[in-house]
Every structure is written in C-alpha cells, then in structure tokens.
Design a binder for this molecule. Structure first.
Ligand code: FO1
Length: 304
C-alpha cells in the first residue's frame, strides 16, 4: 500500500481530489487544504476551499456556480440585502448552516481540524481532508489599487485590480497540523492538484516545514494552465500581471526545486521533454467524473 498527501485549493483541485478519493482507499490518502482564502464575515469563519472540498466529496457541490452547495436557496441573502447588510459574498441558506456550525465549534474551543472532521463525518465523507494549519493564515493580494484581503480581491472586486504580489499573513507563526506531520513521516509521495500556484499552493508551502517535506519526498503536480489558459479562475491573468508567461512551463519553473514530475495537458504536448522536470502528457481537463478518475490514475502511476 502506498500513501499520498494531496495539496489542494478550491474548485480545480477539488475535482482531482474527488478522482483520487475514487482510486485510493481512505488509509492511502490525506488531503491538505489551503486556508489562505479563509476570512471572517458577518461574524462567521468562512473557509471556502475546505467547503468546496466538503461539498465535492459529499456529492453536494453546486455545479452551476462552481462553489457553494447544491439545491441552494437565497432567502437569507435577500433579507440581508434588504436590511442594508453586506451581500457581496453570496451565502446560500443551506451553505449558511455549515458556516454557523463551524463558527460555533471554533468559538467553543474546537480547532479548525476538529471542526472539519466533525463536518466531514456529518456528511458521511470517509476520506480524510484537513486544513493545512489550525492557526489562521490570511492571503493578502497586493494590487495597483493597494492591498486587498483575498475575498475582497476575488469576489467583491472580481479579480479586476492588477496584481503585484502576495503575502500570507500569519504563515510565519503557523504550524502544519499534527496529522499532516505524522502522515508526512510515513508517506510515499505528495500530489499537487491543479490549483492556482500563487494563491492556493504557495500559502500551503508558506507554512514552516512544508517546503522541506516537498524537497525530500517524491512529488507530482498537475498543471493548472492548459494551452496558456486557466481552466477556472484568475491564474492566467495573475501570471500576466506578474510578468510571468501564462504557460505550463512557467508553472513548472515556479515549482522548481521540489517538483519531480509534472502532468501537462495533451494540448501542451510540445512541451514534453523541454522542461527541467520530466513531464507526463495526459488529458487534464476534468469535465466528467470519469475524467477525474482517469487523471487521478495517471497521477498515481506517475510515482512509479
Ligand atoms: N465565489 C464567488 O465568486 N462569489 C461568491 O459570492 C462566493 C461565495 C462563497 C460562499 C461560500 C464559499 O465557501 C465560497 C464562496 N465563493 C464565492 C467561492 C470562493 O470564495 C472562491 O472560489 C475561493 O476562495 C477561491 O478558491
């Protein structure tokens, strides 16, 4: 039996995480989730990437929106707006239940790991996924208009401000949770899901000790850039604004120093053999569940 740690952010990463959960047993996989997108809103602690993964693994994700919970209604949000409350971040009625339960557990002294485990259990999820850290790490996006907290940049301002850099506030004081440390001590490889390298993967790497584990262990990453475009989200736009070509090759360079094998899409096959890291060429665009499972198999085989 081989054991893998998968690192993931939100939507794109969660698709591969679901595929991995289909091809690996619960005792073969631990998924570490970015918490840099987390924020406090309306008195609640919102953890978007953990929530996306919860809903995805439970088969409860809202496929129309790409985030949030399926079968959603918006009575709370409409009532909030009518009262002049902050409605730029859309919290559905069913989704709200999760945020309320987690926030209450945290207020009562539970760690984010404990709250995540309790929520996973109530959804009947058997594969294990955890926050990268129990200490708060908050991504600040530096832009031409000044610094913005991640959700203000991403949701309120629709990724429009020009990005100049990032800070992961609190990362210096954060620790990898003990479950991740214990898993890494007996793990055979690390899978980096096709998430945004700058705001989904880098915050996980910013937690002290994580990068050293990646340098020591076999690693396989899946490119979030396909034919110069991000499948979802602002990755390509960010790269252009940071003066980096929006290509899979540039992502490989960003991961240089610890990446052992890079899975690139068939449409980028011309890059095969041209990068400093060995490549695996495969279809990486995940539309169906079968696509997610097939890519997960490819990734696991890439460790052989
Ligand atoms: N993304 C949006 O684009 N608009 C929203 O109003 C929004 C609300 C939301 C509520 C709960 C949640 O868990 C996620 C939500 N997201 C929303 C997604 C999320 O903010 C981003 O996709 C991630 O942070 C990026 O990985």
């Amino acid at each position: 039996m081989a054991r893998y740690l998968a690192l993931t952010g939100g939507v794109g990463g969660a698709k591969l995480a679901l595929g991995l959960a289909h091809v690996l047993d619960p005792d073969e996989l631990l998924i570490a989730v970015n918490t840099g997108d987390d924020f406090e809103h309306l008195g609640l602690t919102i953890c978007p990437d953990l929530d996306t993964l919860t809903y995805t693994l439970a088969g409860e994700n809202n496929t129309e929106l790409g985030w949030g919970r399926q079968g959603e209604s918006w009575n709370f949000l409409e009532a909030l707006e009518a009262l002049g409350g902050e409605s730029w971040f859309q919290l559905g009625d069913r989704d709200m239940a999760l945020h309320v339960v987690r926030s209450q557990m945290l207020r009562n002294g539970a760690t984010l790991t404990e709250a995540t485990q309790a929520i996973a259990q109530s959804f009947g999820i058997t594969h294990r996924y955890v926050p990268m850290s129990d200490e708060p790490v908050r991504t600040t996006v530096h832009t031409a208009d000044g610094p913005l907290s991640f959700q203000h940049y991403f949701v309120r301002d629709r990724c429009q401000p020009e990005v100049t850099g990032f800070d992961f506030v609190g990362a210096d004081q954060a620790r990898l949770i003990p479950q991740i440390e214990a898993w890494l001590a007996q793990c055979d490889g690390v899978i980096v899901c096709p998430s945004n390298p700058f705001v989904s993967v880098d915050p996980i790497l910013a937690v002290p000790g994580m990068r050293a584990h990646l340098e020591r262990l076999p690693t396989v990453a899946v490119s979030p850039i396909v034919a110069g475009l991000a499948i979802k989200g602002p990755t390509a736009k960010m790269m252009a604004e940071l003066g980096v070509p929006s290509t899979a090759a540039a992502v490989a360079r960003h991961y240089a120093g610890w990446l052992d094998r890079f899975v690139i899409d068939a449409s980028d096959a011309e890059l095969d053999g041209t990068l400093s890291v060995p490549t695996v060429v495969a279809p990486t665009v995940m539309v169906t569940l079968a696509d997610r499972i097939e890519l997960a198999r490819t990734v696991v085989r890439a460790f052989d």
